[in-house]
Design a protein around this ligand. Structure first.
Ligand code: URA
Ligand code: SF4
Length: 210
C-alpha cells in the first residue's frame, strides 16, 4: 500500500515519530528534502496548529515553524493570548517540497493532494498522541487536507467547525477553526490588516478553549 502507514511505529511518542519519519518513503518528497519535520510542542496541548509543510528553514533545522512564518505565528499567538505551552505545532506534509530557481534559492512548492494523502498516517498518529481539543488549520493546504479540494479558507475563517466524519482519525478534535497561513501575512499588501485578522481568528480559538 502506498503512503506512510508502513513507517509509523506501533508505540507512538514524540521521539519515535521523529525518528521513524526520517526513514519514511511513503512518497517521493523525502528525496529532495534534508530531513522529515514532525510536530513539536506540549504533549498535552489542547490546541494543535496545522500548517502545510516545512519551509526552507524548517527543512534545514528540523523543527516546524522556525522560519519567517513561524515568527509571525509566534507573535500572533502571543497577541491572541494563546500560551506557547498550550500548543502542538505540526504540518500536513512532513518533508519540504521545493524547486530550484535559476539562482540557488529553493522555492517552496505546495504539496499535491497525493502527498497530503500519503503523509496522513503521521498526522493521524500525532492526533492520537496529543488528543487536542481544537485544531487550527493554517491556510488552504491544511484546509483541503481535512475538508477536501473544494475547501476555501475565506468562506469559513474564524468559525467553529466540526471535524468531518469522512476523515477517520484515531482521535478527532472537538472543533476545528480555519484561518490564513501566517506566510500569507508576509505576502499581503496590507500586512497589518492581514496580521490583525490572523490574531482575531486565533483569539476565537483561545476563547473556544475557555
Ligand atoms: N510553513 C508551514 O506551513 N509550516 C512550517 O513548518 C513552516 C512554514
Ligand atoms: Fe513520508 Fe510524508 Fe515524507 Fe512523503 S512527505 S516521504 S509520506 S514523511
Amino acid at each position: 500500500r502506498p503512503g506512510a502507514e508502513a513507517w509509523v511505529p506501533e508505540r507512538v511518542s514524540l521521539r519515535s515519530l521523529h525518528e521513524a519519519a526520517q526513514a519514511c518513503r511513503g512518497c517521493e518528497l523525502y528525496r529532495d528534502a534534508t530531513q522529515a519535520v514532525v510536530g513539536e510542542g506540549r504533549l498535552k496541548a489542547s490546541l494543535m496548529l496545522l500548517g502545510e509543510q516545512p519551509g526552507d528553514q524548517e527543512d534545514r533545522r528540523g523543527h516546524p515553524f522556525v522560519g519567517p512564518a513561524g515568527r509571525v505565528l509566534d507573535d500572533a499567538l502571543t497577541d491572541a493570548g494563546v500560551g506557547a505551552d498550550d500548543v502542538f505545532t505540526t504540518n500536513v506534509v512532513k518533508h519540504f517540497r521545493w524547486e530550484r530557481t535559476r539562482g540557488k534559492q529553493r522555492i517552496h512548492k505546495s504539496p499535491s493532494q497525493a502527498h497530503v494523502t500519503a503523509c496522513k498516517p503521521w498526522l493521524d498518529a500525532e492526533l492520537g498522541l496529543v488528543r487536542p481539543r481544537g485544531v487550527v488549520l493554517l491556510g488552504a493546504t491544511a484546509g483541503k487536507a481535512v475538508y477536501g479540494p473544494s475547501f476555501r479558507v475565506g468562506d469559513v475563517r474564524g468559525e467553529r467547525l466540526q471535524w468531518p466524519s469522512t476523515l477517520a482519525v484515531r482521535r478527532a478534535p472537538d472543533w476545528v477553526l480555519a484561518t490564513n497561513h501566517p506566510s500569507a501575512v508576509l505576502r499581503a499588501d496590507d500586512r497589518a490588516t492581514a496580521y490583525d485578522a490572523l490574531v482575531a481568528d486565533l483569539t476565537v480559538a483561545a476563547s473556544l478553549l475557555q
